[in-house]
Design a binder for this molecule. Structure first.
Ligand code: GLU
Length: 277
């Protein structure tokens, strides 16, 4: 059964890049006689707005897309995320981290550390709060929790490999290139990486179709699927739609918002043509 999804965060207007991603997934599901789901990635309550969510539904419907209702919302799934965290904590794979961004920057750029390295989430965590042995006791409630990458990889028999458009990708040296990623943010109770993996599993997503900007994060998602004993979907990371200067479109890029094109009297067919579909 082919099931795919489009999972926008309601933190701004949908632009041409989102339209491309959503239409590509929708077209593919139609061609495969499968299902296209819409999911609202609204974990970061401080940045999400109800009016952006309304606009997302409206723009996608205007583009001619349909999806089953009601839609899944991350903000309603915190207990699921917390219970997965409890499992990883029991396995001794998590530790609380009290570093601020400034602390991490200072430690990563300290002279004895050599060159500061960047991974999918920015600066690789220099390990300041990593304990020598897994912490005991219950999962702390209001702390950021990091995955001990070396320990996590040591529990697997093989690296977290996956298929990207038919090509097998075998992640290499994730301790150095990814490091101890955050699985629970202090303010949100979970992080994007954990939520996306649990949501895709809950929705039985067989094919993840999303932008190439997330390809680097996929090894983290597959690692979490292995640790949590969840299936790994097939991945397709598509090219990003860029402006005429080759710059990636951003949420604040109002000029390319679907709402702006609609207001100018363009049609869904025009939008398809603009993104090359
Ligand atoms: N909500 C994420 C975003 O807007 C997409 C997550 C995903 O497709 O895995 O970038």
């Amino acid at each position: 059964m082919f099931i795919t999804r489009f999972a926008p965060s309601p933190t701004g207007p949908l632009h041409l890049g989102h339209a491309y991603s959503a239409m590509l997934a929708h077209d593919r599901a139609e061609a495969e006689r499968g299902t296209f789901l819409l999911r609202i990635d609204d974990l970061d309550r401080s940045r999400c707005r109800a009016e952006w969510e309304v606009q997302i539904f409206d723009d996608l419907a205007w583009l001619g897309l349909t999806w089953p209702k009601p839609v899944m919302r991350q903000s309603e799934r915190l207990p699921v995320y917390r219970s997965a965290l409890a499992g990883l904590w029991e396995m001794g794979l998590l530790y609380p981290c009290h570093c601020s961004r400034a602390d991490i920057r200072a430690a990563a750029y300290a002279p004895q550390e050599g060159a500061a390295l960047h991974g999918p989430d920015g600066l690789i965590y220099p390990g300041t709060c990593r304990p020598a042995t897994p912490p005991a006791g219950p999962v702390p409630d209001h702390a950021a929790l990091r995955l001990d990458m070396a320990r996590a990889l040591a529990t697997l028999d093989e690296p977290p490999e996956f298929f990207e458009q038919g090509r097998k990708i075998i992640p290499d040296n994730m301790v150095q290139t990814v490091g101890d990623v955050v699985l629970a943010r202090r303010d949100m109770g979970a992080s994007y990486h954990l939520a996306v993996v649990l949501d895709d599993a809950e929705q039985k997503i067989s094919h993840v179709i999303r932008g190439a900007d997330l390809l680097e994060a996929t090894q983290i998602h597959v690692l979490l699927q292995r640790l949590l004993r969840l299936p790994t979907p097939v991945y397709h990371h598509h090219v990003l739609i860029r402006d005429e200067n080759g710059k990636r479109l951003a949420k604040r890029d109002d000029a390319r918002a679907i709402a702006t094109y609609r207001a100018e009297g363009r049609s869904p067919r025009d939008i398809r043509r603009m993104v090359g579909l």
